[in-house]
Design a protein around this ligand. Structure first.
Ligand SMILES: Nc1ncnc2c1ncn2[C@@H]1O[C@H](COP(=O)(O)OP(=O)(O)OP(=O)(O)O)[C@@H](O)[C@H]1O
Ligand SMILES: [Mg+2]
Length: 264
């Protein structure tokens, strides 16, 4: 059975405006699939359509089943979502925020405590359990939100069914060590059989961690392929309307990217 996250002919209109159109791709379990593209190119809107938050035309299948055939509880068991912006309208401690991820995965109290502690440890936030979430720094809040999402889909597979982590800019507020730590968590989730679909702005970390890169521009997919296929000077420069040069680290195949503007 196909266990992809597949999207076909997806389009989203908001306030009478086409925001996303004609998007077709498949992300695979065991892989990290990253969406890149300029601000306003429709990345978050595409993710919201895939998670069922925004209405859309076209088809989304999760593990061969159409999105609209999932009950909300079933959907919560098969995929967890980290939105680009998370607002908490009431005061909660760090532990309570992470516990929100367990609402759809009822556990014994001691198991829940263990899971919360393990998730906080994974994101390097052990010891913050009792802190008021609102008192955390931006990067700390982002890591706590990731712990919440990890709690929801702790095992990357249930039987032969992969689960999916859908992450909208999970490392946008993080320092370099924590960026790598969190991308390692995503990589590990995929290595253990889950699927990862994420949006990133850091094109070098995208190159380091992605099996598949989708490039969006003006609501459409400009490219879909492996890093080496997509990281071409012309294509990436066109995507961002900005001169960019792809280099390669000596002795390795890892591409890296430098902006050319402002340089002689
Ligand atoms: N409800 C809405 N009504 C009208 N336009 C909207 C609405 N929501 C989003 N947009 C517009 O759709 C476009 C795509 O927004 P989206 O948030 O998907 O971009 P993005 O690629 O995630 O950008 P960023 O990198 O800044 O997060 C933007 O121009 C945005 O202003
Ligand atoms: Mg966005």
């Amino acid at each position: 059975m196909e266990t992809n996250l597949s999207v076909s002919g997806l389009a989203v209109r908001l306030s009478g405006k086409t925001i996303v159109s004609d998007v077709t791709f498949a992300a695979r379990p065991g892989k990290v699939c990253t969406i890149v593209g300029p601000n306003g190119s429709g990345k978050s809107t595409l993710l919201k359509a895939i998670t069922g938050e925004t209405g859309h035309d076209g088809e989304v299948h999760l593990n061969a089943r159409p999105l609209e055939r999932y009950a909300p509880q079933e959907l919560a068991e098969v995929r967890a979502v980290l939105p680009q912006h998370t607002q908490l309208s009431f005061p909660l401690t760090v532990k309570e925020v992470v516990r929100l991820g367990l609402q759809t995965a009822p556990l014994q109290v001691f198991q829940a405590q263990e899971r919360i502690a393990a998730a906080l440890e994974r994101v390097d936030m052990s010891g913050f359990e009792g802190r008021a979430y609102q008192s955390l720094s931006g990067g700390e809040q982002q890591r706590v939100q990731l712990a919440r999402v990890l709690c929801q889909v702790w095992q990357p597979k249930v039987g032969d069914q992969p689960r999916w982590l859908i992450l909208d800019e999970p490392i946008s507020s993080l320092d370099i060590r924590h960026q790598v730590l969190i991308m390692d968590v995503a990589r590990d989730f995929a290595d253990r059989g889950g699927g990862v679909l994420c949006v990133l702005h850091d094109l070098n970390l995208t190159a380091m961690y992605s099996d598949q890169v989708l490039v969006m521009k003006n609501g459409r997919l400009l490219a879909d392929g492996k890093v080496a296929e997509v990281y071409q000077d012309e294509l990436i420069s066109e995507a961002f309307d900005f001169p960019l040069r792809i280099g390669a680290l000596p002795g390795g195949a890892m591409p890296f990217l430098l902006p050319q503007a402002g340089r002689d």
